[in-house]
Design a binder for this molecule. Sequence first.
Ligand code: ATP
Length: 367
Amino acid sequence: MASVEFKNVTKSFGNFHAVSDVNFDIGDGEFVCLLGPSGCGKTTSLRMMAGLETPTSGQIFIGGQEVTHLHPKDRNIAMVFQDYALYPHMNLADNIAYPLKVRGEPVDKRHARAREVADVLKIGHLMDRLPSQISGGQQQRTSLARALVYPAKVYLFDEPLSNLDAKLRLEARGFLNHLQRDMGMTAVYVTHDQAEAMALATRIAVMDQGKIVQYASPIEIYRRPATTFVANFVGNPPMNLVEVEGAQADGRLALKAEGLGIGALPMTDAIGKALATSNRLTLGVRPEHLSLAGAGAQNTIVAPLFANENMGPESLVTLDRGEGARVTARIFTDDHLDVSDTVTLGFSAEHVHLFDSAGNRIPAVGE
Ligand SMILES: Nc1ncnc2c1ncn2[C@@H]1O[C@H](COP(=O)(O)OP(=O)(O)OP(=O)(O)O)[C@@H](O)[C@H]1O
């Protein structure tokens, strides 16, 4: 296993910067997820680690050694692709053993090792089949087995679960989590699925438009999102964001918005600085921190009901604040709620997140 480092890495296609001056390091044994919307530069970053793309500028290191211009085969990395990239004319045994074949291992030895890995992944009984003769989940495990058959310094995953149905996807995610804990592999995993990143990563690099906007542990990203972009990308459903007008009153912060009732919050220097630039702030509250509230509740959002989706153990109650602005609560309720009923959602001040007019987090008291 080995560490990975990006130093000022940029990748341009013509005038377009797919990856823009990215710096980050991945520790030995870390499982890092690159998370972000389509086109933000995740796959390009991964392909540069693999040596399938060359940076326009900057340097890449694996295990302390510069690999920026090194051929993929000399990097000792293993990669699992979204489409599995299995060889259609080879059976599973040959597919899995292929990395050993190119390294010149004798056939007996490489088939024995392939079988060993296949057994762990519960596809050992399928070794004579062609990829077209097995299910999508089994193809996914074959592709994983091929990556694991030879000890690599770094394992690279490009949305490996995205072609699986929801149930298999959860199963495969649990398996990868187990494998990571078992092997302590250094891995970089590209996904646009925030739940997958939260479940698997030791650290998540959230990317937007070719840049890393936050690089931290899943819990840090969940608790202290650095920007409204991150807040809106992580969490299921994501954090509710309400545009508010802020003002200092009697040494405290007063917030105003249509349908919002909130007690004054403590003032801090950081809030003062944000207000000096603009009084337009964004208030964030996670759906799980909202509850159905009575008229006497201190902090509330009041608006007509838009939808009430029963998810089994909980409901997603969404209010329509007008002009497309919605607020969703994840709550446990048996209450019957009709569309257009006016609903009051309450929240506690300790669960409030604040962002300045540029969308950057204003640290809470004690942060
Ligand atoms: N070979 C190329 N030539 C021109 N533009 C490219 C090339 N490869 C990628 N891009 C562009 O670079 C940007 C980043 O692409 P990349 O594949 O890294 O995004 P991504 O975050 O992995 O997206 P997705 O989740 O859709 O795979 C995109 O706008 C893409 O169109």
